[in-house]
Every structure is written in C-alpha cells, then in structure tokens.
Design a binder for this molecule. Structure first.
Ligand SMILES: Nc1ncnc2c1ncn2[C@@H]1O[C@H](COP(=O)(O)OP(=O)(O)O)[C@@H](O)[C@H]1O
Ligand SMILES: [Mg+2]
Length: 236
C-alpha cells in the first residue's frame, strides 16, 4: 500500500472546480472539503486517454485506502473503473489529494444510474442475466473479505441513453468499502454487514412486476451459490 504511486497528471494541471460538475455529492463533506462535488475534465488533447472524473479526498491515507479497496475489488474480478489514481496537487503550499478515475460515461456514451435509483427510473429494466451477475459480484466481493459499510451500495448501472438498453454495471466510490480489520467489527457484525449489502441489492434490483426477472427467492439462491463460506450464509 505504501508504494502506491501518487501521480501528478499533466491533465490535472490548471484550476480545479471549473470543470463540469457531474454530481453535487463527492466524497468529502462540504464541512471539510471545498465542495467541488464530482467533476469531469474532458480531454481535448488525446482521443486515447479519455476524460477524467475526480473528487476530493481527505488526506493521503484516505486516498490510499480507497486505492487499496479498488485493487482488491479488481483482483476479485469485480467490475471497477479501468483506471483509478491518486492525484497530488500543491495548493497554497500544501499537498492536496484527489481521486481521479476513468469517466464511466465514456463521454456521455452511457448514462450512469446509482443502483438505489434504479426503481425510480421509468423504463429501466434489469433482466435475469444482469441481476444474476450483480448478485454473483456481491458474493465475490464478500468472499474477498470486503463489504460496503455505508448505507446503500456503490454500484452504478450503465445504460445507453437512446435505446435505454442496460450495458453493464460498475462498482464506484471505493472509500465506502472495508474489510473486517479496517472496520474492527466482530465476525458476527461483519456478516450482518454482508447481509445488509445483499438486502440492499435485492431491494434495489428486484422487478416484482416483471415475469422475466428473478424472484426475490431466486436472488437469495444465486447469492448463496456464489458464496464461498457456507457458515456466512444469511438465514432467511
Ligand atoms: N468514474 C465516474 N464516471 C462517471 N460518473 C461518476 C464516476 N464516479 C462518480 N460518478 C458520478 O458521481 C456520483 C457520485 O459519485 P460517488 O463517488 O458515489 O460520490 P460520493 O462520494 O458523493 O458518494 C455517481 O452516482 C455518478 O453519477
Ligand atoms: Mg457514493
């Protein structure tokens, strides 16, 4: 973790906060940070390096932890942003850190929707295949020892804006994840955290009015089958 390179990206030179705000949220609360939200800087110079999405992070340790989570998720085969880096900038003589990642909209080719907002989107339908892949990814993340300890689940669905077709899903917001050691949780409460993730995912992605999607019982089963440690199976 200590050898995590902190990069000074040429693309991130120039004033921050003048870029496009894509979300008013963004990592550090407005009490602590500068209130930049999540911003996107378009890359006009290179077509091979895409746009960069960045947000504030509270100090180097927090940034490193987010990157460590990112790497663990990636190693566990969870879909994550292709690139995520720590950016260091000198501001008023002080080192300030940001998390920068690939623009998952790919310059607005895709619309990104937080998993918790799926049910409020008209015409957004998740089929069995994507529901299944979401549940398996959650089980794999849990197998790797990580949970999303925040309320909600940091997953976005990407869909094509015109056809409305669902493309895929990607885990984001890597600061929201932690392992048992980081959370200093007892095994028991760590498992409750897993159960909470699972319930959140099922609630967010079940499509009760659609006969072509998984029922909630089927969803539990898909998760259980992909879970590595039988003793952590949630009781229903
Ligand atoms: N890499 C990205 N590419 C495109 N949009 C993103 C990216 N990261 C975040 N966003 C957008 O910003 C929103 C908030 O991002 P998130 O990292 O969850 O911030 P917060 O720390 O406020 O929860 C996401 O729901 C998404 O709309
Ligand atoms: Mg978030």
């Amino acid at each position: 973790m200590d050898d995590e390179p902190v990069i000074i990206s040429p693309m991130m030179k120039g004033p921050l906060g003048k870029d496009e705000v894509i979300s008013k949220k963004g990592f550090v609360s407005s009490h602590v940070g500068k209130g930049l939200g999540v911003q996107r800087r378009s890359n006009q110079e290179s077509s091979t390096v895409g746009s960069i999405v960045y947000k504030e992070v509270h100090g180097l340790q927090a940034a490193k932890r987010a990157i460590q989570n990112y790497k663990q998720l990636k190693e566990a085969g969870i879909p994550v942003a292709p690139v995520t880096k720590i950016i260091k900038r000198k501001e008023d003589g002080k080192d300030e850190y940001y998390i920068a990642m690939s623009d998952l909209t790919e310059n607005d080719k895709y619309q990104v929707i937080e998993i918790s907002d799926v049910s409020s989107q008209t015409g957004l339908f998740l089929d069995r295949d994507i529901q299944r892949r979401l549940l398996v990814s959650l089980a794999h993340m849990h197998n790797a020892g990580l949970v999303d300890f925040h309320p909600g689940l940091s997953i976005i669905i990407r869909r094509e804006p015109n056809s409305g077709k669902v493309h895929d899903f990607v885990y984001i917001d890597y600061d929201n994840f932690g392992d048992q050691a980081f959370l200093s949780r007892a095994y028991h409460s760590h498992n409750e955290e897993k159960l909470r993730d699972l319930k959140t995912l099922i609630t967010a992605t079940s499509m009760p009015n659609n006969p072509d999607s998984l029922t909630e019982d089927e969803m539990w089963l898909v998760y259980k089958e992909a879970q590595q440690f039988p003793e952590t199976q949630p009781l229903k």
